[in-house]
Write a protein that binds this ligand. Structure first.
Ligand SMILES: [Zn+2]
Length: 204
């Protein structure tokens, strides 16, 4: 049975052991575009990826299933070299600790996503980035575009164009990097990981 057949079986839930780690060549490959209209298999894989993220963020299920909390996952991280990413970004509680009106700022599976335009300004997360495929801390500013326009197809097969900034833009760029064989630490200045580049927007 192929990896994708196993992952898309009805009873299968994606777990940490399905996620490949740095050193695996699939993470360094440029992934294949998915065919349109989308296959049933690609749609199911996307749903499973989103479900994994949801489980990983669940305060009860996450630890029970031994999951590291994540906000994004790309198919190559499952050893499936296809251009599919899932992002699940929860909105924060309000100042009084009440749940947000909209649970998620971004909840989407993107097929063949592509950055079609970006700002000149760069941005980085103040605390650096992590990755479910990297079992170690790699400190430093991961230099990315502050704002991006992304084209993709959704699971209904509709072409979408979204403009992103802030944390959402960072996460989507991290996941799109995965389908291009790029790891987050490739974008850290090796000689000066916390270099204060002029105009760099640091995000909390
Ligand atoms: Zn990653």
């Amino acid at each position: 049975m192929s990896v994708i057949e196993k992952l898309t079986k009805p009873a299968h839930q994606i777990k940490m052991e399905d996620i490949i780690r740095e050193g695996n060549p699939t993470l360094r490959a440029s992934a294949q575009e998915v065919d349109l209209p989308l296959s049933e298999q690609d749609i199911i894989l996307g749903e499973k990826m989103l479900e994994f993220l949801k489980n990983s963020q669940d305060p009860v299920l996450g630890p029970k299933m031994g999951l590291r909390a994540g906000v994004g996952l790309a198919a190559p991280q499952l050893d499936v070299s296809r251009r599919i990413i899932a992002v699940l970004l929860p909105n924060p509680e309000d100042a009084d600790g009440n749940p947000p009106q909209e649970a998620y700022a971004l909840r989407e599976v993107m097929y063949n996503p592509k950055v079609v335009a970006h700002s000149v300004q760069e941005a980085a997360l103040m605390d650096g980035e992590g990755c479910l495929s990297v079992d170690r801390e790699v400190p430093g500013y991961v230099i990315r575009h502050a704002r991006v326009t992304v084209d993709y197809w959704n699971k209904e097969g509709q072409k979408k164009r979204i403009k992103l900034k802030g944390y959402e833009a960072i996460v989507v760029q991290h996941e799109i990097d995965h389908i291009n064989g790029i790891m987050f630490y490739d974008r850290i200045n090796e000689k000066d990981p916390f270099e204060q580049k002029e105009g760099l927007l640091l995000l909390k």
